[in-house]
Design a protein around this ligand. Structure first.
Ligand code: ZN
Ligand code: FE
Length: 258
């Protein structure tokens, strides 16, 4: 099984997973780079997985469907291209010999879903669209902080070695913010220099791992005293340390203007 991030637009990744000349693609915002990769690697596109309705994740679907026989999967609660197999949290299906479980992750959009794939002898895969990024999370365009907190809690509970395949290369700017929140987090500082190195060589910082994100991503650390204290200092008002939703809301607003 091979996993490949295809760069698109300025900072999107379209993930391709392939095995024995069969491929699936996640969130194709454009078709051209996908068709080129399929051609170069001699792959047949079996399925397209969509996490949410934004154009930078879906605009390539129609041209890909014209060029291939791919089955399209997407969230039931969002407007999707005609013919999309509508999925809800808890649904399961198999593609490429992997059994995929659908997880509801509202917050960035109201009906956003993520795909969690397990297969024997390999670390699990998570395609989380614009919900979880390395070192950060998506903007709250349609959902509430409470929804995003619940979605991130669900993702954080996945096995440590889960490969986190995010839809954007936002890692360095996220880590700059994360360091402002938690300047004393040594794992974070080490990861930042590793990622700076990767980006200097034009390499992706992804996939990340869930266990690692729990150590360095402030949005998965809304119950950590240092993170609560930083959110509170930014808010300028006391935050109940037992209220991770209030901490997340504050972090998200701070990041928006950072
Ligand atoms: Zn989006
Ligand atoms: Fe996006």
């Amino acid at each position: 099984m091979n996993l490949l991030p295809i760069p698109a637009f300025s900072d999107n990744y379209i993930w391709i997973l392939h095995h024995r000349q069969q491929a699936i693609v996640v969130d194709p915002g454009e078709a051209q780079p996908v068709l080129q990769a399929l051609d170069r690697l001699g792959l047949t596109l079996q399925a397209i997985l969509i996490t949410h309705h934004h154009g930078d994740h879906t605009d390539g679907v129609a041209p890909l469907c014209q060029a291939t026989q791919a089955v399209v999967y997407g969230p039931a609660r969002e407007s999707m291209p005609a013919g999309t197999v509508a999925l809800r949290g808890g649904d399961a299906f198999s593609a490429l010999g992997v059994s995929w479980r659908v997880i509801d992750v509202p917050g960035h959009t109201a009906g956003h879903i993520a795909y969690y794939g397990e297969q024997p002898d390999q670390a699990p895969l998570l395609f989380c669209g614009d919900t979880l990024f390395s070192g950060g999370c998506g903007r709250l365009f349609e959902g509430t902080p409470a929804q995003m907190q619940a979605s991130l809690d669900t993702l954080a509970a996945l096995p440590d070695d889960t490969r986190v395949c995010c839809a954007h290369e936002y890692t360095l700017s996220n880590l700059k913010f994360a360091c402002a929140v938690e300047p004393g987090n040594t794992a974070l500082l080490q990861y930042q220099s590793l990622c700076q190195d990767l980006r200097a060589r034009h390499q992706p910082t992804l996939p990340s791992r869930i266990g690692h994100e729990r150590d360095i991503n402030p949005f998965l650390r809304t119950r950590v005293p240092a993170v609560v204290a930083a959110a509170q200092a930014h808010a300028g008002t006391p935050i109940d340390r037992c209220d991770p939703v209030a901490v997340l809301a504050q972090l998200r607003e701070w990041k928006n203007i950072f």
